[in-house]
Design a binder for this molecule. Structure first.
Ligand code: SF4
Ligand SMILES: [Zn+2]
Length: 316
């Protein structure tokens, strides 16, 4: 740990440590892709993800780097449906669609409510539509959007961690009760939810990182989510890099991600996924990174625990 005094983690400190945003075009999503995901039905099906370009999230969470591909001001009504239409024209036919907007779908400064109807028409052929939201943005607007939709709606909510002191330091502006109440509200109104859970946020050791990710999965399923996605925390947004230099943060190890996914799958409480984007960041062993990545992908798809890969790094 550093000898320098602890930084006061708040909006201005987090924002002041940022680098530049990437150039984005409000007429186009900043990215899209298709991935395989095990659906709630148990089938492995193609899921499209459209990364919508819109105004930066109103919150400034310590670990978040999603602001990098956002605008400073709200996009105009019509931009978001236009982006979705553009991406769907490029995309092969898929069953499920994630509309991720680097913030909260129900934040009207990000996605104008007047666009909901056109969005609903554009996505009418999908089985499921998944959007993301901060718990404080879960309200009647979710029901209004649900009523316009033909597909089932699922809402992804960042639980992050149930370690209350760390959750406060993440500057998420959310309590565990906020999360539970949001999930209960959605469940009561027939809307499924999924939780994003962080593996090893700052200020935690490797073993505590595992412990709190597992407790967070327990909490999320008890609250009523249908599925959990475990995300290993990375640096790269400025604030996290500074914490890393101070010794307050280090990226989790891929072994820990494997352990947490095994734990979650063993609960048989709902689907559990590991985020497998750029896993080489979380491994210092070049001999087994491909095998470990494939193991995690196979466990995501099968929702079964697969035997561990034997490598000399297992005993480190
Ligand atoms: S609420 Fe989500 S999108 Fe917004 S800053 Fe926090 S982690 Fe990022
Ligand atoms: Zn290895």
């Amino acid at each position: 740990m550093s000898n320098n005094p602890d930084p006061v983690i708040n909006d201005s400190w987090i924002v002041s440590n940022r680098g530049k945003k990437n150039p984005v075009n409000p007429g186009k999503p900043y990215s899209w892709l298709v991935e395989k995901e095990r659906a709630a039905s148990g089938k492995i099906e193609d899921t499209g993800i459209i990364f919508l370009t819109n105004r930066e999230c109103s919150f400034h969470c310590l670990m978040c780097d999603l602001w990098k591909n956002t605008t400073d001001v709200s996009v105009t009504p019509g931009n978001i449906p236009g982006q979705i239409e553009w991406a769907l024209n490029q995309m092969p036919d898929v069953k499920h669609l994630k509309l991720y907007n680097s913030g909260s779908f129900f934040d009207e400064r990000a996605i104008p409510a007047e666009d909901y109807q056109r969005i609903a028409s554009l996505v009418s052929s999908f089985d499921t539509v998944i959007v993301e939201s901060h718990p404080r943005m879960i309200n009647k607007k979710c029901l209004i959007f649900r009523d316009m939709l033909k597909p089932d709606l699922q809402i992804a909510i960042g639980l992050e961690t149930v370690h209350t002191e760390i959750l406060r330091k993440l500057n998420k502006q959310m309590t565990l009760d906020d999360f539970s109440e949001a999930v209960s509200y959605l469940t009561k109104h027939g809307i499924m939810s999924r939780a994003f859970i962080l593996l090893k946020p700052p200020f935690l050791s490797e073993s505590d990182g595992i412990h709190w990710a597992e407790r967070s999965i327990d909490f999320a399923f008890r609250a009523g989510v249908e599925c959990c996605t475990v995300i290993p925390v990375r640096s790269g947004n400025g604030a996290m890099d500074l914490l890393m230099e101070r010794g307050d943060f280090s990226m989790p190890d891929i072994h820990s991600l494997e352990k947490v996914l095994e734990y979650g799958l063993g609960l048989n409480a709902g689907r559990v996924f590991a985020d497998v984007w750029d896993l080489s960041l979380f491994s210092s062993c070049r001999k087994c990174i491909d095998q470990r990545t494939n193991r995690l992908i196979s466990m995501n798809l099968s929702q079964k625990i697969i035997s561990r890969y034997e490598c000399s790094c297992n005993s480190l």
